[in-house]
Design a protein around this ligand. Structure first.
Ligand SMILES: O=C(CO)COP(=O)(O)O
Length: 258
């Protein structure tokens, strides 16, 4: 059995209360068409409470774009899992390339955040581990090596029992916000590798881990990407800020299992 389709909106530092209402309305009106696809919205943390008021059916989850691995204390500007949970989140993105590149998330820090999620009140959060290569790394033929290293480091302390809480998102850095989507074949090649690595490391249960593709997914290319055997959905940036485009992407994920 394949993992259930999953589509995640990553609003990054965008959106406002009006967009919360717009997107929630579109999703609510279309819920009958989205029976097979789970949808997660990761707004800026301050908008989580606004989303919490809009979300009243089970298929929609809220997620944090990042978290602090400490439980509490002197960490100005940061959010603990307890705070995020209170604001309605039960998913957390970890290791997004923008955090790795611009906000100091080293491989070690990413690993600490993974461990924090998995040791936080058992099974409460799912984590979405983002991996992906830079353009120079792809050009140098190092894509698989880079992705493998990111997986090994981040999931170092994870047990086979905990793997059900993990989602992996492959986001080639050169495809993020550039309009340069990986071709379905390029994405599938890396996804097949990730699947094989996970199964080797965690056993057959890893067949059920959703593998998402992210990087310039739009309404018009989602269906061909999601048609690939190991692409179970998407992590959507820009297109998640347009309610109709995001809905079309969710529909494309649903259609794969329709
Ligand atoms: O980084 C992304 C989602 O996390 C992808 O962003 P875009 O869809 O804007 O390329």
């Amino acid at each position: 059995m394949q993992p259930s389709p999953l589509v995640i909106a990553n609003w990054k530092m965008n959106g406002n209360r009006q967009l919360v209402q717009q997107l929630a309305k579109v999703l609510r009106e279309s819920q009958a068409d989205l029976t097979e696809v789970a949808v997660v919205v990761c707004p800026p943390a301050v908008l989580l409470p606004a989303w919490q008021q809009e979300v009243f059916y089970d298929a929609i989850h809220l997620g944090a774009q990042d978290l602090n691995e400490h439980a509490s204390g002197a960490h100005t500007g940061e959010h603990s899992l307890a705070l995020l949970h209170e604001a309605g989140a039960d998913y957390a993105l970890i290791g997004h390339s923008e955090r790795r590149q611009f906000y100091g998330d080293s491989g070690q820090r990413v690993q600490a955040k993974v461990d924090a999620v998995l040791s936080y009140q058992e099974h409460l959060f799912k984590l979405v581990l983002c991996v992906g290569e830079h353009e120079q790394e792809r050009d140098a033929g190092r894509t698989i090596e880079v992705v493998q290293q990111q997986l090994e480091e981040a999931l170092q302390n994870v047990s086979a029992a905990q793997i059900a809480q993990v989602v992996v998102a492959y986001e080639p850095v050169w495809a993020i916000g550039t309009g340069k989507t990986a071709t379905p074949a390029q994405a599938q090649e890396v996804h097949a590798f990730i699947r094989q690595w996970l199964v080797q490391r965690f056993g057959a249960a890893a067949q059920q881990i959703p593998l998402l593709y992210g990087g310039s997914v739009k309404a018009d290319n989602a269906a061909t990407l999601f048609a690939e055997a190991d692409i179970d959905g998407g992590l959507i940036g820009g297109a998640s800020l347009e309610a109709q485009a995001f809905l079309e992407i969710c529909r494309a994920a649903q259609a794969q299992r329709g």
